[in-house]
Design a protein around this ligand. Structure first.
Ligand SMILES: [Zn+2]
Length: 110
């Protein structure tokens, strides 16, 4: 006899009462960290030699082109968050706001 039971029904990463930040945020963080360590393409010479010099600053090791972008990747959705956080909104708050927005959109279509 099989006693394997599904204990919890997954409704959605942001649904229900739980920790303030769902696993989706952590998953995204892991993904971002992986992205950050990858070489990025230079917008000037096209070589994937762009490395993060400091938070939001990217430099190409091929042609020396330096530019600002996202805190973790040159240009991403998180770059938008970085810009927002620069305006005074903490990154976590921005992520939370995005999560909330996504949930609201989800609920509207449901
Ligand atoms: Zn370059």
């Amino acid at each position: 006899m099989k006693t394997v039971m599904v204990k919890m029904k997954k409704v959605g990463p942001t649904r229900g009462l739980g920790p303030r930040y769902g696993s989706s945020v952590r998953k995204r963080y892991i993904k971002v960290m992986a992205e950050m360590k990858k070489p990025h393409k230079c917008p000037q010479c096209g070589f994937p030699r762009v490395k993060r010099e400091s938070v939001g600053v990217w430099k190409c090791r091929k042609c020396g082109f330096k530019y600002t972008g996202g805190a973790y990747t040159p240009v991403t959705k998180l770059g938008v968050i970085a810009k927002r956080s620069a305006k005074g909104l903490p990154t976590e708050e921005a992520v939370k706001a995005e999560e909330k927005q996504a949930t609201e959109e989800e609920e509207e279509t449901a």
